[in-house]
Design a protein around this ligand. Structure first.
Ligand code: VG1
Ligand code: CO
Length: 544
């Protein structure tokens, strides 16, 4: 086999963040940059030799070129078969499901998820293991260590053009390449989990309208197949369905800040009955009803409380998990159901061990991500189907389901405020100074709010005992509230400080009050505690 060994020099900045390595496209386009990172993975995971790989991405700019490079490296590193989504497309959950289904040793998902796309946007590489789950923190660290000493990579000396648009088998040197339809297998896997007949009846009810916004990212073709082709939704139900390399210039993040148009539509009196949006790579979801956006923590809690109504979950739940900054709403439901509830650091990889060990059935994050043990990734369309099934089974609107839920469990008001900080060093200093002050905070009052305790969140994985530290600073207040501070690990320029605000309200007479009103003084307190105005941060850049 004609393999070239190319000499290279290590890049010092290939440390993956919350979900894979993300950098501006221009960084990935530097000679050897992508090759180095991929080779660090092949060197760290010798099990990939002699096995199959799954490859696909969210369709963003540089996706096709990156797949070309990846295929030649995979062949040179002894991969015998690669399964690729047609046109290089696979949503994150679809790729994750495909990996164990085709018995692959791993998969590469080429995505920077919600980060902007296009030539001036970001690109990213995520490596998932044979279970379909994200690489663990320890594997990620080993890959990073390898990237720092790498001095060569292997590439097949064969420039055969692979036609990514043609379904079927092709070859590249000794490696077989299977181009597969990215949608069918995914839709087939989801369908048996839900009552499609009941959802179809709902969607065909005269006057019922749904709108799914794919934000010109990966989920468009999946949503059309599921909602329009298989479930009979009308042909205008999926908006912005065509995946574009720059996502149409938008920011493919399904939250009230970035999907403002959709939210505005649902605040109108004649809004559709049900709405949803997904992110760049299709693993997140925002659920809307007429006049209401479902907070992600509430969504996880509602799914948990109602899982017995859904065919795939009728036999009960093993347990649930949420990331630490996610609201405590699901904890209350788990307590009532008598099932365990785990609290993990931010990032889906921390759920993977719990899912694999059979400790949890559902899990979710405050960043509009939910999923179950059917996959090892979050799954946006899964959540949308779950909600549709729920609407059908309960015969209620989104608002009615939420109101009933709050009536029973109380309402966990939640909001995330993001502050953009141009200089990384400023952000690091801010967090360090705040951490140093934490021990002095308990017992003090800020903006009239009593502080009970404060700490830095650490996690011990209950499956493999591994420990993760510095996973966010927590402040617990006397009125059933909480403030969490952490720095984003997915951005590529400057830094983003995320401030998570939460407050529990048991009294249903107050459940109609907007979150912003209920959390206003906590937001002020957060700014004062972290001394944000001193570094010019007097207002958040986005509130979701
Ligand atoms: C963000 C979210 C986190 C999510 C991660 C990856 O991370 O907060 O909950 O798991 O994105 O999701 P951070 O470090 O920026 O807060 V995705 O859909 O970008 O793969
Ligand atoms: Co995503």
């Amino acid at each position: 086999m004609p393999v070239l060994t190319v000499s290279t020099q290590p890049f010092p900045d290939q440390k993956p963040g919350t979900a894979g390595l993300r950098k501006p496209v221009s960084v990935f386009q530097q000679p050897h940059y992508l090759e180095n990172f991929l080779q660090a993975i092949f060197d760290t995971c010798p099990e990939l030799q002699g096995g199959a790989l799954v490859v696909g991405g969210d369709g963003r700019y540089f996706n096709r070129e990156a797949i070309g490079i990846l295929l030649r490296l995979a062949a040179a590193n002894g991969v015998t078969k690669t399964v690729v989504g047609r046109n290089g497309l696979l949503s994150t959950p679809a790729a994750s499901l495909l990996i164990p289904q085709v018995k692959a040793k791993g998969g590469f998902i080429l995505t920077a998820s919600h980060n902007p796309g296009g030539i001036n946007g970001d690109f990213g590489v995520k490596f998932n293991i044979a279970t379909g789950g994200q690489a663990s923190e320890s594997l990620t660290n080993r890959i990073y260590e390898r990237s720092k000493t790498l001095d060569r990579y292997l590439v097949l000396d064969d420039t055969t053009d692979i036609d990514l648009s043609r379904i079927g088998q092709q070859v590249l040197g000794p490696m077989q390449i299977d181009i597969v339809d990215p949608v069918t297998n995914y839709a087939d896997t989801l369908e048996p989990l839900f009552d499609f007949a009941a959802i179809r009846t709902l969607l065909e009810t005269p006057g019922f309208r749904m709108r799914f916004d794919a934000l010109h990212a990966a989920t468009g073709p999946y949503a059309i197949e599921l909602f329009e082709n298989r479930l009979g939704a009308s042909h205008d139900s999926v908006a912005h369905a065509e995946p574009l390399p720059d996502f149409g210039g938008g920011h493919p993040d399904p939250n009230p800040h970035d999907a403002k148009d959709l939210v505005n539509l649902f605040m109108q009196a004649d809004a559709p009955d049900f709405g949803a949006a997904s992110d760049g790579d299709g693993d997140r979801n925002m659920i809307l009803g007429r006049g209401v956006v479902v907070s992600p923590g509430d969504s996880l809690a509602v799914l948990t409380a109602n899982a017995h109504l859904i065919p795939g979950y009728r036999s009960g739940l093993l347990g649930v998990a949420r990331s630490m900054p996610t609201s405590h709403a699901v904890d209350r439901v788990a307590r009532q159901l008598g099932i365990p509830c785990y609290e993990t650091p931010t990032g889906w990889r921390f759920f993977c061990n719990l899912l694999e060990a059979g400790k949890i059935t559902l899990c979710g994050e405050e960043s509009f991500g939910t999923s179950s043990n059917h996959a090892r990734e979050k799954d946006g369309l899964w959540a949308v189907l779950f909600w549709l099934n729920l609407l059908a089974a309960r015969g209620q609107s989104v608002q009615e389901i939420l109101t009933d839920h709050w009536q029973e469990f109380g309402r966990d008001y939640f909001q995330r405020e993001d502050y953009f900080i141009a200089e990384n060093a400023t952000a690091q200093d801010l967090m360090q100074n705040l951490e140093a002050r934490l021990p002095r905070l308990p017992g003090t009052r800020v903006q009239g709010i009593q502080i009970e305790s404060a700490d830095s969140f650490s996690y011990r994985d209950p499956v493999d005992g591994s420990e993760s530290h510095n996973q966010g600073l927590r402040i617990i207040t006397g009125d059933g509230g909480r403030i969490v501070f952490r720095l984003s690990g997915t951005g590529t320029r400057g830094a983003t400080l995320r401030v998570y605000l939460e407050r529990y309200e048991p009294d249903s007479a107050r459940h109609a009050t907007p979150a912003g009103t209920m959390l206003g003084s906590l937001s002020e307190a957060a700014r004062e505690i972290a001394r944000l105005p001193q570094v010019g941060l007097s207002r958040p850049d986005s509130v979701t």
